[in-house]
Design a protein around this ligand. Structure first.
Ligand code: ATP
Ligand code: MG
Length: 569
C-alpha cells in the first residue's frame, strides 16, 4: 500500500471546501474574519452567543456574533486611524479576555498579521518574538505593560502603538492608549478591504519543545482548513457549546479556540481561570459543554485528581472529547471511557500544519494509543530521508518520518527570518514533519516520537512514547519522560524520569517496582536502565514535556532556549 489515499482527491476536496465558505462580497477575495464572523450576520447565528466569557472574578459576559462583528469593526477602523497598514504585525499579550478576541478579528479584518503571545511570558521571550515579528502594535493590559514591556521600548523602535485593555495607568510613554476609550470613538461599520487568500494573517511561534521557537506564518485561506477540520475532527455543529482549553497564545487556541468554532457558528466557552480539576469539571457541568478539546497534560492532571471527583458532577451534556499536543497514552483513553463515559479522540497536528491533519474521527473505531487516520483532504505517508531524498515506505508497521502531501490551505508559508530552514522542510511534494510514526495495515497512524527524541540503543530505535506509556500503566506513575543517555556499550541507553501520583513515597522499593514493571512490559532492550523520580517534570507553558531539558540537565549541558518553560523545576 502506498500513502493512505483519501476517498476524494485532495485537490477536489479543498476546492469544494473553499466553495463552502462565502468569500468577500463581489468576489473581493477571502478574509478569515469575514468567514468567522461577518458571514453569519445574514443567517441564523447572527444573534447567537459567539463567546461566553467566564472571568477570574465577576459575572460571565456574553458576546453575540453581531456584537463581535461590531466590536471588531471598531478595532479595524482604529488600526486604520492609527495608520497601521495591511501586513503590519499586531501582537497580543493578554489573558483570555474579550478585548483579545475583538483585537484578533479586527486586526484580521484590517489585513494586519496577528501574533498572540502567551501572557505568562517574561520580558525576554516577549522582546525576541516582537523583534522577530516586527511588532507595530501591541495590545496588552496596563499591568503587563508596566511589568514586562515598558522597559523594552528602546529595544523595539518599531512598536508605535500600545493599546491597553483595562483601566490605564499614568504613563508618559509614547503611543500608549486606552483601548476602550479609542474603540468607543469608532464607528461600528467597516468594509473589509479586498483580501487575497494568500495574504499573511497569523504568525505563531512554535512551542519550543525541541529548540528555539520558530515563527510560522499562515495566510487567510487557512480558514478553509479551520472550518472543515472543525467539523470533521471535532464534530462541531451549530448548536454546540464548545470548550477549547488551549490558550490563544498557542496555535490550538487560535485555530480551534477562535477561528474554527466561529466559522461553524457555535458558542464557545472561554474560561479565563487557570487549571483546577474541580473547577474544570464544574465548567463542563455548569456550561453544559457538548464538545471539549483539550490536551494530554490536562487529562493526566485530571487523572491525578482521582476518579471520585468527577462523580460529583453531571457531565451528561458532553458528547465529544478530543485531545492534541502530545501523545495520548492508551491509559488515558481507557480512563476517560470508564470515568467520563466517553473516549478521548486523539488528533495530531503542529503549528506548521495550521490545522488538524490526522484524527480519530467521530464514528470511527478508536485504537487507544493511535492518533487516528488522515482527515479528508490530507494525504499522509511514512518515509525515510536518504541522501537528501525521501523514500516512501510502502509496507505497513514500519517506522519512519510522517510525511504530508502539500496542497492543503493551512500549511505555513514560511518560518519568519529562516527561509532556508523552511525550504528544508520540503522534498518534492512532501512536507516533512520531523515526527516519527508507524502506520498499521488499516491506515491508523501511531506516534513513535519526535525524530530528535528517538533513542538509538544497541542497534534498535526506541520511541519514547511506547516506553512512557508502559511506565504510566504503573499505578504510582502520574507522568513519565524518557531520554537517550550516551553509553559506551550500547550507544544510548534508556533513562526514565517519572513523577508520582499523590500518596506514593519515592523510595528505592517503589523505584525498583516501576523498573520491574517496565521490563516486564517492554523487554530488556526498551526498558529503562535508569529511572529517577522527580517532583514534577519540566514542561512547556503549552503543557509539553521538555525531554531535551531533562537530557541537557542529565548531561550537564547548557539548557538552551527555556523561554517556554512552564516553571523552573
Ligand atoms: P518546537 O517545534 O518549537 O520544538 P513543538 O513541535 O512542540 O515545538 P507545536 O507545533 O506546538 O510545537 O507542537 C507540534 C508537535 O506536538 C508535533 O510535531 C508532535 O511532535 C506533537 N504532537 C501534537 N499532537 C500530537 C499527538 N496527538 N500525538 C503525538 N504528538 C503530538
Ligand atoms: Mg515542532
Amino acid at each position: 500500500m502506498d500513502a493512505v489515499t483519501p476517498p476524494q482527491e485532495p485537490e477536489a476536496f479543498w476546492s469544494d471546501a473553499r466553495a463552502s465558505l462565502a468569500g468577500l462580497p463581489d468576489g473581493r477575495g477571502l478574509n478569515m474574519a469575514h468567514e468567522a464572523v461577518d458571514r453569519h450576520l445574514s443567517g441564523p447565528a447572527a444573534d447567537r452567543v459567539a463567546f461566553r466569557f467566564l472571568p477570574k472574578k465577576g459575572e460571565p459576559l456574553e458576546m453575540t456574533y453581531r456584537e463581535l462583528a461590531a466590536e471588531s469593526n471598531r478595532f479595524a477602523r482604529l488600526l486604520e486611524r492609527l495608520q497601521v497598514g495591511p501586513g503590519s504585525t499586531v501582537f497580543l499579550l493578554l489573558g483570555r479576555v474579550p478585548h483579545l478576541y475583538v483585537a484578533v478579528l479586527g486586526a484580521l479584518k484590517a489585513r494586519c498579521v496577528v501574533c498572540p503571545l502567551f501572557s505568562a511570558f517574561g520580558p525576554e521571550p516577549i522582546r525576541s518574538r516582537m523583534a522577530a515579528g516586527d511588532a507595530r502594535v501591541l495590545v496588552t493590559t496596563p499591568t503587563f505593560y508596566r511589568r514586562k514591556v515598558a522597559g523594552l521600548r528602546e529595544a523595539l523602535p518599531g512598536l508605535d502603538h500600545v493599546l491597553l485593555a483595562g483601566p490605564p495607568e499614568e504613563t508618559t510613554d509614547p503611543g500608549v492608549h486606552c483601548l476602550a476609550d479609542l474603540l468607543a470613538r469608532e464607528d461600528a461599520h467597516y468594509r473589509i478591504p479586498d483580501t487575497d487568500p494568500q495574504d499573511p494573517a497569523l504568525l505563531h511561534f512554535t512551542s519550543g519543545t525541541t529548540g528555539v521557537p520558530k515563527g510560522a506564518l499562515h495566510v487567510h485561506e487557512a480558514v478553509v482548513a479551520h472550518h472543515v477540520t472543525g467539523r470533521s475532527a471535532l464534530d462541531l455543529r451549530p448548536d454546540d457549546r464548545f470548550w477549547c482549553t488551549a490558550d490563544p497564545g498557542w496555535v490550538t487556541g487560535m485555530s480551534y479556540g477562535i477561528v474554527s468554532p466561529l466559522t461553524s457558528g457555535v458558542t464557545s466557552i472561554v474560561d479565563e481561570r487557570e487549571f483546577d480539576a474541580e473547577g474544570w469539571y464544574r465548567t463542563l457541568q455548569d456550561e453544559r459543554v457538548t464538545v471539549w478539546y483539550t490536551a494530554p497534560t490536562a487529562i493526566r492532571m485530571l487523572m491525578k485528581a482521582g476518579r471520585e471527583l468527577p462523580r460529583r458532577f453531571d457531565l451528561s451534556s458532553l458528547r465529544f472529547i478530543a485531545s492534541v499536543g502530545e501523545p495520548l497514552n492508551p491509559e488515558a483513553v481507557v480512563w476517560s471511557q470508564e470515568v467520563l463515559g466517553l473516549p478521548i479522540h486523539d488528533n495530531w497536528w503542529q503549528t506548521e500544519t495550521g490545522g488538524i491533519m490526522i484524527a480519530n474521527i467521530p464514528g470511527q473505531e478508536i485504537r487507544p494509543g493511535s492518533m487516528g487516520r488522515p482527515l479528508p483532504g490530507v494525504e499522509a505517508a511514512v518515509g525515510r530521508r536518504t541522501n537528501g531524498e525521501v523514500e516512501v515506505i510502502r509496507e505497513p508497521d514500519e517506522e519512519g518520518e510522517l510525511l504530508l502531501r502539500t496542497g492543503w490551505p493551512s500549511l505555513f508559508r514560511t518560518y519568519l527570518g529562516q527561509e532556508e530552514r523552511y525550504r528544508g522542510c520540503f522534498q518534492g511534494d512532501w512536507y516533512l514533519t520531523g515526527d516519527l510514526v508507524r502506520r498499521d495495515a488499516d491506515g491508523y497512524f501511531w506516534f513513535v516520537g519526535r525524530a530528535d527524541d528517538v533513542i538509538k540503543s544497541a542497534g534498535h530505535l526506541i520511541g519514547p512514547f511506547e516506553v512512557e506509556s508502559a511506565l504510566l500503566e504503573h499505578p504510582a506513575v502520574a507522568e513519565a519522560a524518557v531520554i537517550g543517555k550516551p553509553d559506551p556499550m550500547v550507544g544510548e541507553m534508556v533513562k526514565a524520569f517519572v513523577a508520582l501520583h499523590p500518596g506514593y513515597t519515592p523510595d528505592e522499593d517503589l523505584r525498583l517496582q516501576i523498573v520491574g514493571h517496565a521490563r516486564k512490559r517492554l523487554g530488556s532492550v526498551a526498558a529503562p536502565k535508569e529511572l529517577e523520580i522527580l517532583d514534577d517534570l519540566p514542561k512547556t507553558k503549552s503543557g509539553k514535556t521538555l525531554r531535551r531539558l531533562l537530557k541537557a540537565r542529565e548531561l550537564g549541558l547548557p539548557e538552551g532556549d527555556v523561554s517556554t518553560l512552564e516553571s523552573p523545576s
